[in-house]
Design a protein around this ligand. Structure first.
Ligand SMILES: [Zn+2]
Length: 318
C-alpha cells in the first residue's frame, strides 16, 4: 500500500511528459539533418546528425563505435558506409553509453563484425524495453579498458546518474572524454525521470576534475570542455536546493510550480521549455528522498495519490 503515492506520482509525471512529447513531435520530423564526421584528435572522431552525436575511435587493429542514433534518422547505415570508405579496418566494438533508445538504436548494423560493450545495469533495460539495439556480450561494473592497437579506450562508471547505466568513454592519451548526456553545460535536461539526482551531482563534480581531459564530447550540442560539468552541476544543485527548501517550508507542488523561476539560469538552453518538468520531476525525486518530522499518515498518502496539491511535505501547523 505504501507504494501507491509513488505510483501515482510516476503516472502523473509520465502523463505530463507524454503530452509534451506528443506536442513536440506532432509535426513530421525531417531526419538526417547536418550529417557529418569530425576528427577531434588523432584517433577520435565525432559523428552525428539532428543535433545528436556519437563517436568512434580508430586504432591500428580495429575501430570502436560509441553509441547508436535516433531510430528514424538513418544515420547508422550512413555511418557504416562512411567508416568503410574512410578506414580499412573492422569495427570490433560497439560501446553503448546508456540504455536510452535514441543513443543505441540501429547499432545492429555493426553486428556482423562487432561485439557490444556496456555497463552491467544496461542489459535488463535493453531487454525489458525491447530496444532496437545490440545487446552487450561484454559488461563491466566499474571500469574496463579496450585496446584497439596503439590507442587505449577506458570505460568508466561513476555510479547512477542520468540513468543507472550511463558510462563515460575516455581516451586519456588524447585527452578526450565522450560524455553522452552528462556534459549538459548551460542547458537543461528535459526532466529527471530515471535520474539519481544526488548521485548525478557527485558524478558531475568528479567529471569536472577528471585528469587527462581537454575535449569533452556531449551527446547533444557543441564540442565542449570540463566547464560543461561545472555549469550543469550549478543548475542542478540550485534547483535541488530550491525545491528541497520549499518542501521543508511546506509548499505544495502546484505552489512550487508558480514560485520557482530559476532566473539566474534564464540564459540556459531549454529554460523556458523544460523548467516546469524539471520542477515536477525534482519534486517527485525529493518526495521519495525525505520525510517530514511528522510522518505522512496512510490517509494523507491516499489523499496525495488522489490530488497532488494535498501532498504534505512539512509538519502540520508549521
Ligand atoms: Zn539519455
Amino acid at each position: 500500500m505504501t507504494t501507491r503515492p509513488t505510483l501515482f506520482i510516476t503516472a502523473f509525471l509520465f502523463a505530463g511528459l507524454l503530452s509534451f512529447a506528443s506536442s513536440a513531435f506532432s509535426a513530421e520530423r525531417q531526419w538526417g539533418v547536418n550529417r557529418g564526421i569530425e576528427q577531434v584528435s588523432k584517433s577520435v572522431y565525432r559523428w552525428g546528425s539532428d543535433n545528436q552525436y556519437g563517436a568512434y575511435v580508430v586504432g591500428t587493429r580495429s575501430i570502436a563505435v560509441v553509441d547508436g542514433h535516433y531510430c528514424g534518422s538513418g544515420t547508422m547505415d550512413w555511418l557504416k558506409q562512411e567508416i568503410e570508405k574512410r578506414h580499412d579496418m573492422p569495427v570490433r566494438y560497439v560501446i553503448l553509453s546508456h540504455d536510452h533508445q535514441d543513443h543505441n538504436c540501429n547499432t545492429q548494423v555493426f553486428s556482423d563484425t562487432a561485439t557490444a560493450v556496456g555497463h552491467t545495469n544496461l542489459v535488463p533495460h535493453l531487454v525489458r524495453e525491447k530496444r532496437d539495439s545490440m545487446i552487450p556480450e561484454i559488461t563491466f561494473e566499474t571500469s574496463m579498458e579496450i585496446d584497439l592497437g596503439g590507442v587505449a579506450v577506458k570505460l568508466l562508471y561513476f555510479g547512477p546518474s542520468h540513468s543507472d547505466n550511463l558510462i563515460q568513454v575516455h581516451v586519456p592519451a588524447e585527452k578526450v572524454l565522450i560524455a553522452v548526456d552528462m556534459a549538459k553545460g548551460r542547458s537543461l535536461f528535459p526532466d529527471y525521470r530515471d535520474m539519481d539526482v544526488h548521485s548525478t551531482l557527485k558524478v558531475m563534480k568528479q567529471l569536472a576534475i577528471l585528469e587527462d581531459v581537454e575535449i569533452v564530447l556531449p551527446g547533444h550540442g557543441a564540442i565542449s570542455d570540463q566547464q560543461s560539468f561545472s555549469d550543469g552541476y550549478k543548475y542542478l544543485k540550485a534547483l535541488r536546493d530550491e525545491v528541497l527548501a520549499l518542501m521543508v517550508d511546506g509548499k505544495t507542488l502546484p505552489e512550487m510550480r508558480e514560485i520557482i523561476k530559476m532566473e539566474e539560469f534564464s540564459d540556459y538552453r531549454g529554460h523556458d521549455l523544460h523548467l516546469d518538468n524539471n520542477i515536477v520531476t525534482m519534486w517527485g525525486y525529493l518526495y521519495r528522498y525525505r520525510e517530514p518530522n511528522q510522518r505522512i499518515t496512510q490517509q494523507e498518502a491516499v489523499e496525495c495519490r488522489e490530488d497532488l496539491s494535498k501532498c504534505r511535505t512539512s509538519n502540520i501547523n508549521e
